[in-house]
Design a protein around this ligand. Sequence first.
Ligand SMILES: Cc1ncc(COP(=O)(O)O)c(C=O)c1O
Length: 374
Amino acid sequence: MPKPAARLGALRPSPIRVLSEGAPADAIPLGLGEPTWVLPESARRALASESGVCAYGPNAGLPLLRSTLAAFYGARTEEVLVTCGSEEGLFAVAQAYLDPGDQVLVPDPGFPAYAAVARLASAEPVPYALDAAAGFALDPERFAAALDAAPRAKLAVLNHPGNPTGGGASAAALARVADFCEARGVLLLSDEVYRELHFGTRPASLREVTGRGLVSSSVSKGWGAPGLRVGWLLGADDLLAPVRTVHAFAVTATSAPSQRAAEALIAASGEVLPAARREVQVRFDALRESWREAFGEELRTPAGAFYHWMPLPKAALADPMAFCLRLRDEARVVVVPGLAFGEGGRAYARLSFAARPEQIREGVRRLAPLWSAR
Ligand SMILES: Cc1ncc(COP(=O)(O)O)c(C=O)c1O
């Protein structure tokens, strides 16, 4: 049996998948972060009208999708690279820019793929803390402290609104972090997959504060279509050039029918995005009301996304994974232990309210007895 590459040694299967895939059939799924509302009509029509030749298309994406995305962002078409979901974009950036031993700043708590793509490039993820007192917002001071302590930093990743916390980033905070990175020659990548699922005003994009960073996003959250596997990277042509090389050899191009459906979605953003925000609001209202009923507590509204980041009961702190397994197998509701998102998540669990409203209500009802035995 050949030995897998040593760089895979530090990678473990994501607890998010482990908990969800091993769940009893009747468990309420509040683990995965994926929309549960139907694919918008515009995309369904585009998929149904596929006919004729199904060609590869250009490596960087279909020209119409690239120009539609460029118009959406006020960018030039050359600044858009279409990827297989934003996750492939993250992987390609890591492969394009990291050498063994380089360091990558990642939010803690944060989306586990950031550390994983760093490790797959034989680089070292370096966590930076968020501002817990401000709903886990980006904190330039904490970011700067982590950057100062990382002499081999080559790449830094931001995520706002953030998974797993729903925390945001002000334009001023983004600008300061961009300045720190520019001064150090560190490439800054801003993961904005949840930007369109905001609760208050629409958050600023990194693009609005610097022309020297990369922005990644996808149709998976705001446009409600994770199964299309269409994402994109936005950035200056010279910054994207090495990423395009990795992307071309890794996947050739993103699925052409999926790109046509994604184009229809982006072109219909004026209807699709407000409708998605209404879906998320209905779900958050279901969570807020059932939480109030179960615990008499008022939930804080996140900046965006569809996650409730909840402090674990005291009794669960010794072994959060065992507690989440009990919730799953005894109470029959799936939530993810915060440790899956880094050390900064040790005292928390993540509940995804992307689920259907009735599932959310039932999930909180099932969770309450174990949660209250604190
Ligand atoms: C913060 C964040 N970034 C990226 C992704 C990857 O999404 P996709 O590859 O579908 O764009 C996810 C998925 O959950 C996510 O939560």
